[in-house]
Design a protein around this ligand. Structure first.
Ligand code: PLP
Length: 346
């Protein structure tokens, strides 16, 4: 049987042998009582590497975003973000339902920060009639923007302007390590600009579960109360924290391979299906293929290549391919060739 090449997401990678060994021998305690040493070690390490006071380990990135943003935005206040941001497109209304916060959005190509658009939206201290803006949230890399990296210069300007307006900044850094590897900029240079940050260990880093919210000691102490209140306190979670620590030791530099594989997929498909993708816009590990000129749907293409052992998530006129540590260069080439063949036959 040919090996499956699953490019639906970088969340599908399975823990490696080394990671499983680290999990098996993790020292653990009861994290709700605050005595799991491996959770502590992970939280301290991530807070330090991002240059902030404290961090809290959470089951998902959605929960990390929710805990962080609710520490910045009071009930009835608003957070501003890009229209395709994960917090408004893929967290099922959690911020409205569970924290009582509202959103307004700007729209920009590839999910980029648009300073002019944000300036128009910013409305802190709006008084008793309008909603007051408490925070701006930025995604880096931007998932539905095709894994695009935000410009550090623009982020610096955003920090200046929001700071002057008294508005906080949250970073959805589910793939912040990808931005770090793609740019060569230190992680803390991005993280310094934000009041709170969410990062995921379960994306390109390859841990089976786990994210962290990062911020001040007070914010994270409050987040610990809300994590329990949301029913997400956990006990011997050190088994999972050990996977995260292993990922930080072994799976950061190799993200460059995922980026090279994504670029190779885009290059092959740009050639085979002109207009479907611009390889120059593939910054990291995500390739978005625009099928609108082919007359085929993503669902059809995904179905067609399934017989070749290629697993894709199909959409209407788009395909999103995500590279990760369970697919190598040869597998990615096989996937791109299968897609090219299917699209050429039609
Ligand atoms: C994956 C992801 C998250 C968190 O997703 P969970 O499935 O809740 O862990 C948050 N933001 C972005 C941009 C993501 O890609």
């Amino acid at each position: 049987m040919t090996e499956l090449v699953d490019l639906r997401s970088d969340t599908v990678s399975r823990p490696t042998e080394g990671m499983r060994a680290a999990m098996a021998k993790a020292e653990v305690g009861d994290d709700v009582f605050g005595d799991d040493p491996t959770c502590h070690a992970l939280e301290q390490r991530v807070a330090e590497e991002l240059g902030h006071e404290a961090a809290i380990f959470t089951v998902t990135g959605s929960l990390a975003n929710l805990l962080a943003i609710r520490s910045l935005v009071p009930t009835g206040g608003e957070v501003i973000c890009e229209a395709t941001a994960h917090i408004v497109r893929a967290e099922l209304g959690a911020h409205a339902i569970l924290a009582g916060t509202t959103t307004r959005t700007w729209t920009a190509p590839r999910g980029q920060v648009d300073l002019d658009a944000i300036r128009v939206l910013l409305a802190p201290d709006s008084g008793p009639y309008f909603v007051s803006t408490a925070a701006v949230a930025v995604e880096n890399t931007h998932n539905f923007g095709g894994g695009s990296v935000q410009s550090i210069e623009v982020l610096h300007k955003l920090r200046e302007e929001t700071h002057a307006a008294g508005v906080a900044l949250h970073l959805d850094g589910a793939r912040l390590w990808n931005a770090h590897i793609a740019t060569g900029l230190p992680l803390a240079e991005f993280a310094d600009l934000f009041d709170t940050i969410a990062v995921c260990l379960s994306k390109g880093l390859g841990a089976p579960i786990g994210s962290l919210a990062v911020g001040s000691a007070d914010q994270i102490a409050e987040a610990r109360v809300w994590r329990k209140r949301y029913g997400a306190g956990w006990r011997q979670a050190g088994v999972l924290a050990a996977a995260g620590l292993y990922a930080l030791d072994h799976h950061i530099d190799r993200l460059a391979d995922d980026h090279a594989n994504a670029k190779a997929i885009a290059t092959l498909l740009a050639d085979a299906v002109p207009g479907s993708v611009d390889p120059a816009e593939v910054d990291t590990n995500i390739v978005i293929l625009d099928l609108s000129s082919t007359g085929r749907t993503g669902t059809e293409v995904a179905e067609a290549v399934r017989k070749d052992g290629i697993v894709l998530a199909g959409g209407k006129d788009r395909l999103r391919l995500v590279t990760h540590l369970d697919v190598d260069a040869a597998g990615c080439k096989r996937a791109a060739e299968a897609i090219a063949k299917t699209l050429k036959v039609s």
